[in-house]
Design a binder for this molecule. Structure first.
Ligand SMILES: [Zn+2]
Length: 318
């Protein structure tokens, strides 16, 4: 069939109109997703900053987040106030790491379930069963497990997966948005992993001296070892004889940097640095951000990139 010029114009005009209608329908659908859910935003409570970051990225506009452990606070020492327990009971979703990190979390969540009218979905984002040692089936102490999984972006991705599933459960209408955001987040986390891999390769040293043993998952991923001036929690400080051994080891290996933390006391790190002539640098365990990091808008990705640069220097990588 041969169309006249006029007919062609009409036809293409009709197609144009049809496309505009489809586009309008499609963007209306997207707008609805971006809007608040019918019953108001999803109320999420998180414990530590990496969980806030992951939830923010996935939840976008549909979720409002309160982080219980505030910036600049030593996260291992945190105990919830009655108002925190109430906040959990009034939330739709409570997101924590693992009972070996937040030993209070399950109690607080249980109290909230019996207390509140709303059913709060409780999300434990770390599963350590495969990594943890078996002590006759009993977890007797925090130090039985290293729960700082978020310091490996690929393990942070597993935490993100659990948050995504929970958000979809709580707010199925937002699932398209959550899935799309989670896809973008995954791309970012994979890119971060590549950056750290690049920074921490071809290194002169394979050992980093750190304040507390928070960096096991990161060390495993990027191929270095950590020596801690304190244990899995900063409160388990090494005794004088252990510190003497660490100092000996630093001298023996020629380690030139001690990696202190921005929030915990650095008294031990300072002592060891002055004893050995090593330089202090700051490696962030990212439990919570410092108040300065909050005011300058540094996020998980930014701080992890800084960590990679610090390791690059401390391990003398090329
Ligand atoms: Zn820690």
């Amino acid at each position: 069939m041969i169309l006249s010029l006029k007919e062609t114009k009409i036809k293409s005009g009709a197609i144009f109109v049809l496309m505009m209608v489809l586009l309008a329908v499609f963007s209306a659908a997207c707008d609805r997703e971006l809007e608040e859910p019918d019953g108001g935003k999803v109320i999420a409570i998180t414990t530590t900053y990496p969980l806030t970051f992951l939830t923010e990225r996935i939840g976008g506009n549909r979720v409002t987040i309160t982080q219980l452990i505030k910036p600049g606070v030593e996260a291992h020492d945190f105990e919830p106030a009655p108002s925190d327990v109430r906040a959990i009971s009034n939330s739709n979703i409570f997101i924590f790491n693992h009972p070996a990190f937040e030993s209070w979390a399950l109690n607080a969540a249980t109290a909230s379930v019996s207390d509140g009218d709303l059913a709060t979905v409780i999300v434990q984002t770390i599963n350590l069963e495969s990594n943890g040692e078996d002590h006759g089936g009993q977890v007797t102490h925090d130090s039985d497990f290293d729960t700082h999984t978020w310091l490996n972006p690929l393990e942070a991705q597993s935490q993100a997966d659990r948050i995504l599933s929970a958000l979809i459960e709580v707010d199925p209408e937002g699932s398209h948005l959550y899935l799309r955001n989670a896809g973008g987040l995954e791309v970012e986390l994979l890119a971060l992993d590549r950056i750290i891999t690049e920074q921490v390769s071809n290194c002169e040293f394979d050992t980093a001296v750190v304040s507390h043993l928070a960096f096991g998952h990161m060390a495993e991923r990027y191929g270095f070892k950590q020596i801690g001036l304190a244990g899995l929690s900063p409160e388990f400080e090494s005794g004088p004889s252990q510190i003497a051994k660490v100092i000996e080891k630093i001298k023996e290996l020629g380690i030139s940097h001690i990696l202190q933390e921005p929030i915990t006391s650095n008294r031990l790190a300072e002592t060891v640095a002055s004893e050995t002539g090593a330089t202090l640098l700051t490696l962030h365990p990212l439990e919570v951000r410092t108040t300065d990091q909050v005011s300058s808008g540094l996020d998980y990705i930014d701080i992890m990139k800084e960590n990679a640069e610090v390791l690059h220097t401390a391990l003398r990588c090329s």
